[in-house]
Design a protein around this ligand. Structure first.
Ligand code: GRF
Length: 218
């Protein structure tokens, strides 16, 4: 099992996506293993989750560095030492610089709690509620130099209910995040993703049947 390709997961908080990735890997649904969990916060619960599974952890506190580039250079050093072939941001609350991006070209994934390009940045579910959209969802994308702008790998949609709070919508979205992030990682590690410009194609993917839903359904 230990000769499987190494995934590094970067977290700043709860790490429920990290947990979904670890669980999928342990069930053999991802042809890779989480070999490093790195956080910029020593008290991130994601680190606790990693320890429970015997996964090496590292803390690189951004406040200890003079600037973003120096912080990113340290991240690169720690991730390289883990031998990771794929870097997954999972609730990692730092904007990275080209120092980080260029170290792992087309090898960094991120998950965002909205249907990009709508509602990038922080508080995706709250932004969706404020705007009044009837559907929202989540997006897994390759990281590029913008904030939540990279090529889209996978998306899932959820309805927005009229009595939703930020918490209830975020929870509905999170359930889908836990499904599509492991899937996107699997597709990456199976070598099935091709990027051309900002378009990602997936080798051997089933075409989903046409569907349409309306909300409200009155
Ligand atoms: C998720 O909603 C993710 O989309 C966003 O940050 C949140 C992280 O949640 N980038 P968790 O730490 O994985 O529970």
């Amino acid at each position: 099992m230990n000769d499987r390709p190494v995934i590094a997961v970067l977290v700043s908080g709860s790490g429920s996506n990290l947990q979904a990735i670890i669980d999928a890997s342990e069930r053999g649904e991802i042809p890779g293993r989480v070999g490093l969990v790195l956080s910029n916060k020593a008290d991130a619960f994601g680190l606790e989750r990693a320890r429970k599974h015997g996964i090496p952890t590292a803390v690189v506190d951004h406040k200890m560095f003079a600037g973003r580039e120096a912080f990113d250079a340290k991240l690169v050093e720690v991730i390289r030492a883990s031998g990771a072939v794929l870097v997954c941001l999972a609730g990692f609350m730092r904007v990275v610089t080209p120092v980080f991006l260029r170290a792992f070209p087309h090898r960094i994934l991120n998950i965002h709690p909205a249907l990009l390009p709508s509602f990038p940045g922080t508080h995706g579910p709250a932004q969706a509620l404020r705007y009044g959209v009837r559907f929202s969802g989540c997006t897994v994308h390759f990281l590029d130099e913008g904030v939540d702008t990279g090529p889209v790998i996978a998306q899932a949609i959820v309805p927005v209910h009229e009595d939703d709070t930020e918490e209830s919508l975020a929870a509905r979205i999170l359930t889908e995040e836990h499904r599509i992030y492991p899937m996107a990682i699997r597709l990456f590690l199976e070598g099935r993703l091709t990027i051309e410009g900002r378009k990602v194609t997936t080798k051997g993917a089933e075409k989903i049947p046409d569907f349409s839903r309306r909300n409200p359904d009155a």
